[in-house]
Design a protein around this ligand. Structure first.
Ligand code: ZN
Ligand code: ZN
Length: 164
C-alpha cells in the first residue's frame, strides 16, 4: 500500500544525502562510521514496506556482513534521529519502522484482522495538532496517528464475526 520509491539515479542521490545526514549524527555523538552501520542504513532505505528490526538484520546478513540483532537495535535510534526512518506502527506488540527520508509524512489505518495497512495524508490533522499544542502549551516534536479498525475486505468475508 506504499507509494513506490523512485529507482535509479534519483534514488542514489537520496541515498547519498541520507548517508551524509547519518554520518553527521555519528560525528555529533563521537561514534565511528562503520561498514555495518552504513549497511544498516542502506538496508533500511531500500525497504518499501513497514519493517521490523529483525527484517533489517536479515537484509544486512544477506549482503554478507556479520551483524547481531543487538547491533541493529542500537543503530535504530541513530537512524531515527538522523531523519532516515521513523516508527510506522506503534500500537501492536511489535514495533514497525519505515524509511522516511525524502518521503512525505503520512499516517496509518491498520486492520486488526488481516493487518492491512493503509497510508494516508490528511491535512486537517495538522491543523488540529497546532490548535491542541497552543491550548495545552505544548511544543510538538512529532506524533503517531494510528487508526485501528477492520478493513472492507475483512468485513465482507463470510463468517466474519458480527456485522451482517
Ligand atoms: Zn507508512
Ligand atoms: Zn482486513
Amino acid at each position: 500500500m506504499r507509494t513506490p520509491r523512485n529507482k535509479g539515479a534519483g534514488a542514489e542521490a537520496v541515498m547519498n544525502d541520507a548517508m551524509q545526514q547519518f554520518r553527521e549524527i555519528l560525528h555529533e555523538r563521537s561514534l565511528r562510521v562503520t561498514n555495518v552501520r552504513e549497511a544498516i542504513v542502506r538496508a533500511a532505505l531500500s525497504r518499501d514496506d513497514h519493517f521490523r528490526v529483525e527484517g533489517l538484520v536479515e537484509d544486512v546478513s544477506r549482503d554478507g556482513l556479520e551483524v547481531s540483532v543487538a547491533t541493529v537495535y542500537r543503530a535504530i535510534p541513530l537512524l531515527v534521529d538522523a531523519g532516515l526512518i521513523e516508527p510506522a506502527e506503534v500500537s501492536g506488540e511489535k514495533r514497525f519502522y519505515e524509511a522516511s527520508f525524502g518521503r512525505e509524512h503520512h499516517d496509518h489505518l491498520i486492520c486488526q484482522r488481516c493487518h492491512t495497512v493503509v497510508e494516508f495524508q490528511f491535512d486537517a490533522f495538522a491543523m488540529l495538532e497546532r490548535e491542541l499544542a497552543v491550548k495545552y502549551d505544548f511544543e510538538l516534536t512529532g506524533h503517531f496517528h494510528e487508526l485501528i479498525g477492520v478493513c472492507g475486505n475483512c468485513r465482507r468475508k463470510k463468517g466474519a464475526n458480527g456485522v451482517h
